[in-house]
Ligand binder design. Structure first.
Ligand code: SGN
Ligand code: CA
Length: 531
């Protein structure tokens, strides 16, 4: 089977234009929904990245619409995917964290599209157990998936596929589009694993990216003065909580030699498993690039201060993270070219987004989870020339909650009344009239990895109010205009008394409007209380 997949991929690459343009009377638009995993907007040049260039994702901004303030309702992988599918908040669809079971029997927008004659496919990472419902075809990674020669479950059958995960995911998407029935519209969820931890780039990108030096964020050495307990106790610090082998690619033998300890018990195993998936030839290329870096580190280590180590780890992190983004961007380029070559570019809506944002060293952090801007916000770009003028930007407070109703709207289908999001198709011209003035956020995975405490809150045009609860009871209020980096909690600042009052009322109203409550918060608490 590995060979068959490879042959099909070759055919596809050899025969551009082999897919058929849309035929027949059904002119409803096709949908390609691209979602990568943990792709920070700070790592997209259309968003003004200081770090990297993403020429292909940028094409979506040049030819379509870029949302500057799109956000998620719960900055974690599987919950975000459940919100995408259902158009409902986590406390309604039940997938509150990565652990909770997702009930695939509930309604989702793919099922609705299917019922209305769309061909549907899900390809790449889904990170939810069970057999996906609503898709004619599925080829999904298992759990987090693997970077090199990954396993896929293709329509229920597990198989290892040779190649690099981001390229394979792209090729499988193109292959599926090529073989579809051209008389019916299609919708494909094209879900990249990258740039998720442990950040292993395609071999074609490692020489360039490991040679780069990236600017440091202003808050790399944040001391969290002016913030509450939650930020101080989170375990997302690049110096203290990152894995040496798995994340920074320091070989386990070198860790032992330098006396570096595993932070996560699976650190060394992760390194060995990831690299163990490469063929001998692939491994030789990898070693030729990474071993000299590690030899330099071995020599430098005895003379490095804590700050030096932080800087070194930040650079290593960025080199690998941004290296994985490069193949995601290549894939977007390949898809856009493919659609054009096959006459599908006018009638296909192409969306690019991520399952949430990510910290690229801001506050000294990696990972996500918090309602602070870097993880709350997510990139969102849409190309659909029939309705969206080139080069449009919108500041509207759209959310991943809105995807299901929006995609149904584009397909000419009325969204079920119980979906909580709203179609943002009407914002496509760039207007912000008649749109929500606050987004609602909930986060539940605590106690858990990275130790980010449970919280919920709202963000409006200018302010953000957050309540951390469970083993603490703390409020934070930020003035995003005065303090875009969220360094000063002004909740107890008398100058903000009026703002605090209004935001508190607003939060209560928004919570009630979505049917969320303190009872819900309690319902989702772990059964055994934390000491
Ligand atoms: C793994 C990662 C975490 C990450 C979660 C959730 N650790 O547990 O850093 O927050 O996934 O990510 S790792 O050492 O195993 O890589 S999510 O995107 O799936 O929500
Ligand atoms: Ca994610």
């Amino acid at each position: 089977t590995r060979n068959i997949v490879s042959i099909l991929q070759c055919l596809l690459i050899l025969l551009p234009g082999s897919a058929v343009a849309q035929k027949g009377q059904d002119k409803r638009p096709n949908i390609v929904y691209i979602m990568s995993d943990d792709h920070a907007y700070q790592a997209i040049s259309a968003y003004g990245s200081r770090l990297n260039k993403t020429p292909n994702i940028d094409r979506l901004a040049e030819e379509g619409l870029l949302f500057t303030r799109a956000s998620v309702t719960n900055a974690l992988c599987a919950p975000s995917r459940a919100v995408l599918l259902t158009g409902k908040h986590s406390f309604v669809n039940g997938k509150i964290d990565n652990e909770a079971k997702f009930d695939w029997s509930q309604d989702n927008f793919a099922k609705i599209l299917q019922k209305h004659g769309y061909q549907t496919a899900l390809i790449g990472k889904i990170h939810m157990d069970g057999i996906p419902t609503g898709f004619d075809h599925s080829a999904v990674l298992i759990d987090q998936g693997e970077y090199y020669n990954p396993n896929f479950i293709i329509n229920g059958h597990k198989q290892q596929v040779e190649g690099y995960v981001s390229d394979l995911t792209t090729d499988m998407v193109l292959q599926w589009i090529a073989q579809r029935d051209p008389s019916k519209p299609f919708c494909v969820l094209y879900h990249q694993k990258a740039p998720h931890r442990e950040w292993l780039p395609a071999l074609r990108h490692i020489v360039d990216y490991t040679a780069m030096k990236f600017p440091e964020p202003e808050t790399l050495f944040d001391d969290f003065r002016g913030r509450g307990t939650a930020a101080k106790t989170a375990e997302m610090n690049i110096l203290k909580h990152m894995n040496w082998a798995g994340d920074n690619k320091v070989p386990p033998t070198l860790m032992d030699e330098l006396g570096l300890k595993e932070y996560m018990s699976w650190d060394k195993a992760a390194f060995n498993n990831n690299l163990g998936r490469m063929t001998t030839e692939e491994r030789a290329v990898w070693d030729s690039v990474y071993l000299p870096i590690m030899e330099n580190f071995r020599l430098a280590y005895p003379h490095m201060s804590e700050a030096d180590l932080m800087r070194w780890r930040y650079q290593r992190y960025m080199q690998d993270y941004l290296g994985t983004v490069a193949a995601v961007d290549d894939g977007v380029g390949k898809l856009l070219d493919f659609l054009k070559q096959n006459g599908l570019d006018e009638n296909t809506i192409v969306i690019y987004t991520s399952d949430q944002g990510f910290y690229l060293g801001e506050h000294g952090w990696f990972d996500k989870r918090f309602m602070y801007e870097e993880s709350l916000r997510t990139p969102l770009l849409i190309r659909y020339p029939k309705e969206i003028p080139a080069g449009t930007r919108s500041d509207a407070l759209v959310q991943n909650l809105d995807f299901a109703p929006t995609l149904l709207d584009y397909a000419g289908i009325e969204a079920p009344k119980d979906m909580q999001g709203e179609s943002f198709r009407k914002l496509a011209g760039g207007t912000q009239k008649n749109w929500r003035d606050a987004v609602y956020y909930t986060y539940y995975e605590y106690p858990g990895i990275h130790a980010v405490k449970r919280h919920y809150g709202i963000r409006t045009d200018r302010y953000k109010l957050i309540h951390f609860y469970y083993d603490i009871d703390e409020w934070e209020l930020y003035d995003l205009e005065e303090d875009p980096q969220e360094l000063h909690n002004v909740y107890d600042n008398p100058a903000y008394a009026e703002v605090r009052k209004k935001m508190t009322e607003k939060l209560a109203a928004v919570r009630a409007s979505y049917n969320d409550s303190a009872d819900n918060d309690r319902k989702f608490l772990p059964k055994t209380p934390v000491e």
